[in-house]
Structures are given as C-alpha cells and as structure tokens.
Design a protein around this ligand. Sequence first.
Ligand SMILES: Nc1ncnc2c1ncn2[C@@H]1O[C@H](COP(=O)(O)OP(=O)(O)OP(=O)(O)O)[C@@H](O)[C@H]1O
Ligand SMILES: [Mg+2]
Length: 416
Amino acid sequence: MTSLFDLVTQQVGKGIALALVALLSAAVYVIGRVVWREIRRFGCFLYSRHRTLSAVARTTTKDGTREGNGVWIAQPIEQPDDYKSNFHGAKVLAIANLKGGVGKTTLAANIGAFLSHDQRWNKRVLLIDLDFQGSLSSMVLPEDERWLPPAGQDSLASRMISGDLDAGLLVSCAKPTQHQPRLKIITAHYDLAQADNRLLIEWLLKCRNRAEKSVRRALGDLLYGKLFKRYDVRYNLADVLHSDAVREAFDLVIIDCPPRLTTGTIQALCASSHLLVPTILDRPSAEAVLRFCEQVEGLKSANICPHLKVLGAVGSKYRDGLNAENGASARIADRLREMKVGYGMLPNILFFPQTVELVRDATDGIAYFVMANNDSGKKARTAIEALSTYIAQHIGLPPDPASHTPFVSTQQVNAK
Ligand SMILES: Nc1ncnc2c1ncn2[C@@H]1O[C@H](COP(=O)(O)OP(=O)(O)OP(=O)(O)O)[C@@H](O)[C@H]1O
Ligand SMILES: [Mg+2]
C-alpha cells in the first residue's frame, strides 16, 4: 500500500516532501504546545477558583456564621526540599506583632546594632525590613537616601519576597550601615505593599507549576517525582535565607515585620527559627499579643511553620512596673500558660524602658550608636544589652571567641 509520503514524493520529489514533513511537524508541535498550555490554564482556572474560595470560606453552624481561618492556612502546603533539615542551626529571628507602634522596629535595629558592634559578639547581622513604610531602612541608613530604590526599580524587599533575589545577589545587595559595616540591611519601600498583594493573588489564582520553568527542570522534577509539586509563595524567603551563601555571609538574620499578616510576614514566619513578640503593656496590646500568638499557633499546627520557636513576649516602652503594666503583663503570662504553648512573658529585666533616648528622627540613626551617655541613655543601653544577650543565648549564637569580656548570662537574667 502506498503511503501518503510516497504519493507526495512521486508528485513533488523527495526533498520537497521531506521539507513538507518537517514543516508539518513543526506546526503540529507549536499548535500542540498552545493547546496543551490552554488546557492547563483551564485546569488551573478551575482548581484555583476552588482553592481561592476555600481559602477565604466562612463556616456556617447552627450557632451562626463564622469567618474561616484565613487565607494563609490554605492547603496544599508545598515546603521546599529539605525544609526541615535546613532549620538545623538556622539563626533567623522574626520580630512581629500585628499591633502597630509597639516597638518592633526599635527592637530590631538596636538588637542588630548591639550584636554586630559589641566586642563580645562581633556578629555579622543582616536586618530585613518587611514594612513598606521603610521605617527600619530609614533608621539604619539615615545619612543619605541610599536605601531608596533607583527610579523604575522595585525595592530589595519586594524582589526578595517575589523570589527574584537569589542568595548570592541578596548577599551582595545588602547595604552596610555607616556605623558598623558588619550590620547590613535589605531595604523596603512603598512598592512592597503592591508586591505583597500581587504575590498573594498570583499564588491563589495561578497554580504556577515548576515544570513551566524549563524542560531540563521538568525532566529533573519528573526523575525525582516532583513534577506536580506546586509553587508555594509562603516559602520564598525560607528558600533564600536557608541557603549556604546567606549562612556563610551572616551569623544572624533579624526580620522586622509589619503590623499586618502580609505575604512578607507569612514568609518571615516560615523562614524564621525564632520569633519575638514586643508589646506595650496596656490592656488592648495584651489582647493583641494573645490574638497573634493564637494565630501563630494555628499556623504551626497546620504545619505551615512547624519549626518556629517563640521566645516569648517582651515589654517595650516600659515605665517601671506601673499597676496597669503589671496587670497587662500578668494577663499575657497567665493566658499563655493556660494555652500551654511553652512560652510566656520574658522577665521584666529584659523589657525596653520608655525613654526619649530610644526615640529617633529619620536623620538620627540607630539609638544604640548615637544615644547620649546620660542616665537614661545608660539605662537604655543596659536594656539593649540584656535583651540582645538573652536572645543570642537562646538562639545559640556563640560569643566571639577572641573576646574575654564577661557578659550577663541567661541564668543571671532568669534569676532576677
Ligand atoms: N522604648 C521606647 N521608648 C520611647 N519611645 C519608643 C520606644 N520604643 C519605640 N518608641 C517610639 O514609638 C514609636 C513606634 O516605635 P516602632 O516604630 O519601633 O514601633 P513598630 O511596632 O515598629 O511600629 P509599626 O507597627 O508602625 O511598624 C516610634 O516613634 C518610636 O520612636
Ligand atoms: Mg515598625
């Protein structure tokens, strides 16, 4: 039986027939790819619609309608390879509380300044600003506008949470501070608000499959049985902060979170080995701490950030034990004990005192570097030292082996 190819060869000659076959194959290949892409898009659309709606679904019971657990508890959870083992020895501290103005940024900057500058520690510290207001960025780099992203470019924080800064780039882009080159920062600006929203929406709507990236990657994924592993925006920061390059360049990473559960905040919780919750000691702030701790526990038990260790809540703007402050502190401690979460209020001796020495204009810089040597300055320095030392010891940061100056030990702090 004569094949179609033979017929065509007889009519137009073998060379042209072969060329036609090649052209036809190319056309089939291109059309096939387009059709396959559209089928996948449609599948994604159906799946993501279901996923988005279930992520924000309310529950209705006989008692009434209740909002769901929130979008960040959404399943499935696709943690990076070796996510659990990467936490071994990781030193990443998130400073977070969903209440605004409680001293998160002040604590982050001063703890970083102390641990990088004090000769007993001499640590290489990376600060990460995840608040689009850029308060930490302007506090750490006050001397000029180096922290503002160049015109037409996104801030470093936006690029980082989008997964566009690989580890090597992150290390080279981190900006050193004027007072202490061992202290560096990844800066944020207003574009971060848009990046936070974009990433959430992209993640919910577009099931970006890893296989889309390249044929080589797809084949690798197929080999390792991960072809259908989906992109999970919650782990972008973990991916980069747990890399060898970042671990080699920095002894400690401190993340200053915004007072909202943004994409950046959730990434910080998933990337951090430890969490510190600063709070003002008044009634509404005590409620906010408890609410936040409940949310963190929810995320941990949903296996989203199961390895996060909470150091506890710490008082800021502390006015030396007014009745109201003691009441708020006791309420937080009691409730956390009832919740059996394994952490509570840190000892009073670690609280940051309320003092003008810690209040900085955008042009002043980090208080620890520039504050006066008067009584309140000394008191603030002692508090910074005590809290930083406590944190370093609990995170497992060793003191600088070359230093022989003694410092307050955790046992001494706990004993007070
Ligand atoms: N110990 C302190 N004593 C006096 N003022 C303080 C102290 N700590 C912080 N402040 C002041 O309180 C204000 C809020 O502090 P900060 O920006 O650190 O809080 P935050 O929790 O990071 O706020 P946000 O939620 O807006 O990011 C700032 O003006 C800061 O200077
Ligand atoms: Mg802040």
